[in-house]
Design a protein around this ligand. Sequence first.
Ligand code: UDP
Length: 497
Amino acid sequence: MAPAEEPTAATPPPPHFVIVPLVAQGHTIPMVDFARLLAERGARASIVTTPANGARLRGVADQAARAKLALEVIELPFPTGVDGLPPGIENLDQVTDNNHFAPLFDALWRLAGPLEAYLRALAARPSCIVSDWCNGWTAGVATSLGIPRLFFHGPSCFYSLCDLNSVDHGLPKQTAAAGDHEKFVVPGMPVHVEVTKATAPGFMNSPGWEALSAECVEAMRTADGAVVNTFLDLEDQFVACYEAALGKPVWTLGPLCLANKDDADAMAARGNKADAAQRSAVTAWLDAKDAGSVVYVSFGSLVRKPPKLLVEVGHGLEDSGRPFLWVVKEAEAVAPEVRGWLAALEARTAGRGLVVRGWVPQLAVLSHRAVGGFVTHCGWNSLLESVAHGVPVVTWPHFSDQFLNERLAVDVLGVGVPIGATAPVMIFDDENMPVEREDVARAVAALMGGGAEADERRRKAREYGEKAHRAMEKGGSSYENLTQLIESFRKRGGKQG
Ligand code: UDP
């Protein structure tokens, strides 16, 4: 780990990157990993967020300070008096009602003034702003101060290329009158990809979000380049096509989660704080299991399963006969009848199943030798983290980019067993029941069982895991891309304008 550079008359100050994540754990976590990597490689990184989100990053900031890394967390005051937004909600995972999303984005858009004030007050103009693609509001700030800007695109290049090609080829207009489940081929892809309006909501139909979405797309088009959490050996053909379609540099720097490799504290500081006693209990439980025997089940930071779907998952895991480690969110287990049902399940599967409430350090779990499979909602971070650790997956997409991530995992990479979800389940949706206990049991059995197909999935996952590690080591594609990125901004320097 390289300590921060001390500027002298002979050495210019290190390039300064201002990182602006979206306030959602699936977006913040990889950007924080990115910031740590920048600082470890001798650059200066300032993560800009709001107070409640800054509080979740204390562990990261403390760790960086102990390691004398030039990484800081900047808290901009959260806008007050936003119509329709209850006080205290500063992150997408705190939203309790669909009607809160639009006001939360409204509040974020009001951070432009405070960000500009912070940047103007700095002694030297930063080298670059790297902002989440959903933070389209940062584009105007960068332009008005003349600071280069990259956008951080959360999903794979496979997804981003599908998205860009669909919009560029007019797919949303062509399909405006089509039914939700009618199939369309994504134009201009190097492989055959079929989508429906239901499974590709990002670029086919997002009623009510057109203006914000257009602003974010425009901010991507006017940026100086893209930073993507992926690696060349995973999807080189899609990276090349995406870069060509975008017409600007695409820096593939991942899997960023491997920045935490071999560092238990860093893994634990990632995202929300896991209860320390629970963390030790999970490790002890995994330690007692055979290598590759446990299926890990978690649906990211946002998905909230309604009780009837939770029950289907539980029965499916019980019926699969396999050891399982299942993360249930606090918000999912509030009702006494759900708590009671979970307690009964735990009693029936004692010794074989562990149900954890809240948050587990996912990397610590996926890197444990006992874990042999992952039932995931296909959030890009979860999927990439699994691949990076050589763990094959059951794919159960819920919304957003997840259905296309599933296609990548199953059809292109060959590391996934689809559970069979064909329709989205939104965060507060308790009507749709696209998946039942038999689907869970069948998919888990296929994933964890023997046979040529299962062995081949495991082999491919292991191979991608090895390639992922190589990409992040000196000489690897992501490592060298990061070197180039830092050096290109070191050369540009920066004085306050
Ligand atoms: N995560 C975690 N512990 C949990 C739940 C999630 O560490 O109990 C992390 C996970 O490792 C990943 C992120 O939260 O980095 C979730 O991002 P993803 O893109 O998979 O899904 P999202 O939350 O955006 O739906």
